[in-house]
Design a protein around this ligand. Structure first.
Ligand SMILES: NC(=O)c1ccc[n+]([C@@H]2O[C@H](COP(=O)([O-])OP(=O)(O)OC[C@H]3O[C@@H](n4cnc5c(N)ncnc54)[C@H](O)[C@@H]3O)[C@@H](O)[C@H]2O)c1
Length: 267
């Protein structure tokens, strides 16, 4: 499959988890990739983030597929780092066709115990982060009169989550940004779509489990409530959905919410 030959994808949170799976799937389908990640442990939440070694191995994997990969290390909260990464991508590839706003964090807290730092980190990374990146990428797409922006929200961007009010607020906010940007960018032939996975089998899920003193399966089952008999979906399932949305097969799809929930939202 080479639907994405000569296409360039900019992916945040690319070192591991869903971002990595999407990067590899797009490269297999012909795309060149700019892989952006903070690539270090940050102060909150207390689980492992992506690493430089993972970014390097992603680059090797993509190059072994015959595609090009640019690595950029930075935090989506940091406008200077985001701007530099976008400029580096444009220098290397000349354009950005697909933006996957994927970097995000998750952690638990009840509203009475939530600190300012926890609230701010959740909103700054999960909601302002996609704004920071889209603000810097969209001018290139507008100039090209072409592009697709895919925002990784969550089922929690369409329902509530227990002890997840900050996460839920950030993900509903991202659903809202999707709708507003779809209106604003449609005249430039830029499509904007959000995806809403149930629990995904990634290092995030492992990290949350460790923080709660549970196994990854236990935490997935506690939070999921999937109808299908699976504790989670795999990052590759997310990649399949993203590839469809990013492709010309979805050329008239914009402003929409794509649910990958194993049935969770049906009840
Ligand atoms: N795992 C799930 O169950 C699940 C379900 C639905 C939606 N999501 C969402 O999907 C996205 C990806 O999640 P995942 O499961 O792959 O998570 P993950 O923690 O396994 O991977 C996230 C990647 O993003 C990077 N990252 C985190 N904060 C960053 C920042 N401030 N700047 C730059 N990079 C940063 C990390 O280093 C890591 O490589 C997130 O937005 C998450 O909220 C996750």
């Amino acid at each position: 499959m080479a639907d994405f030959e000569n296409k360039v994808a900019f992916i945040t949170g690319a070192a591991h988890g869903q971002g990595r799976a999407v990067a590899i799937a797009l490269a297999k389908a012909g795309a060149d990739v700019a892989a952006f990640d903070v690539a270090k442990k940050i102060e909150y939440p207390a689980y492992d983030f992506g690493s430089s070694a993972e970014l390097e191995s992603l680059k090797d994997e993509i190059e072994a597929l015959g595609r090009r990969c640019v690595i950029a290390v930075g935090d989506v909260r940091d406008d200077a780092a985001v701007t530099a990464a976008v400029e580096k991508t444009i220098e290397a590839f000349g354009k950005i066709d697909i933006l996957f706003n994927n970097a995000g964090i998750c952690a638990y807290a009840t509203v009475d115990k939530m600190t300012d730092d926890e609230w701010n980190a959740m909103i700054d990374i999960n909601l302002k982060g996609p704004f920071n990146v889209t603000r810097r990428v969209s001018p290139y797409m507008m100039k090209a009169k072409s592009g697709v922006i895919i925002n990784n929200s969550s089922v929690m961007g369409l329902r509530g989550g227990n002890r997840l009010s900050h996460y839920t607020a950030s993900k509903w906010g991202l659903t809202g940004l999707t709708k507003a940007w779809a209106i604003e960018l449609a005249p430039y032939n830029i499509r904007v779509v959000s995806i809403h996975p149930t629990g995904v089998n990634t290092p995030m899920n492992d990290g949350l489990a460790a923080m709660e003193g549970m196994t990854p399966i236990e935490i997935a089952e506690r939070s999921a409530g999937n109808l299908l008999p699976v504790p989670w979906v795999e990052p590759e399932d997310v990649a399949n959905m993203v590839l469809y949305i990013a492709s010309d097969k979805a050329r008239y799809v914009t402003g929409s919410q794509f649910v990958l929930d194993a049935g969770l939202l049906s009840v």
